[in-house]
Write a protein that binds this ligand. Sequence first.
Ligand code: ADP
Length: 257
Amino acid sequence: MTAVDVSTTVNGALKGVRSVIAVASCKGGVGKSTTAVNLAYALSKAGARVGIMDADIYGPSLPTMVVPESDMVEFEEGLIKPLRYEGVKLMSFGYVNSDSAIMRGPMIANMLSQLLTTTNWGELDYLIIDMPPGTGDVQLTLSQNLNITAAVIVTTPQKLSFVDVVKGLDMFMKVNVPSIAVVENMSYFEAPDTKIKHYIFGSGYTQRLKNQFGIQNSFGIPIETDLAEKCDAGVPFVVSEPDSETSLIYDDIAKSV
Ligand code: ADP
C-alpha cells in the first residue's frame, strides 16, 4: 500500500462533524473503550448527535460493548452505513471483519483513515475516537491525520500511571491537540453496605496533574462490577443504569468536552 496524505481526505469525510474527541490511553486494559462508549452515550443522552469510531485495531471492543440494532453492513451514497444503537452511529473493524491485527504500523494508520473516510457519518456534534492504546508512531500519525478537536486521557491510579499520563499529554501537545480531561478509571471501590470508598490502587495523582499541568478536568470512575457485566452484555452502562452515581460521573465528563 502506498502512503497517502489522508489528512485532506479525512477533513472532507468529516465535514459534517463538529468535534472529534480522541479517547486515549498509554496502556491496554485500563478502561479506554469503556470510557469512550459511556462518554458517547452520555453525550447522546444530553441531546447531542454522536458517532463512535473504534480505532483500537488490535482489540476492537465496540462490537462486544455495544450490540447494534442490526449487524448487517450496508452501503448508502457510495459509503458504508454506520451501524446504530440507541441513535449513536457505530463503526469498527470488528463490524467489517478486516484481518487488521496482523498489519504493520503505517498500514494501520492508512486503513483506519480509510475506514473512517468511507463511513457515512453525516451530521454529528461529536465523533468519539477510541484510539489504539499507546503513544507510538501509529497513534501520533492518527492524531495528526484525524483533525482531532480535543483528547481525553484514560488511566488507572497506580503509581506508574502518572508517567503514562504525562506521555499521553506530551503526544497530544506535539500535534497541538488540547487534552481537556483525565479520567482515572478503577479509581476506588465503594463498599455497597457502608458506602466507604476504598482506594485499592492508591490515592492517584490528580492533584499533582492539576498543579503540574493545569489539567482542570479530572474524574475518578469507581470499580463497578455491574459496569463490566453490562459492557460484556453489549449495553452501555449509562444506557442501562442512567441514574447510577457512576453514570452521573460520565455525564460530568460529557459536560467537559
Ligand atoms: P481498554 O479499552 O483500555 O483495553 P476496556 O475498556 O476494554 O479497556 O476495559 C477492560 C475490561 O475492564 C473490560 O472487561 C471492562 O468491562 C472492565 N472495566 C473497565 N472499567 C471498569 C470499571 N470502572 N469497573 C469495572 N470493570 C471495568
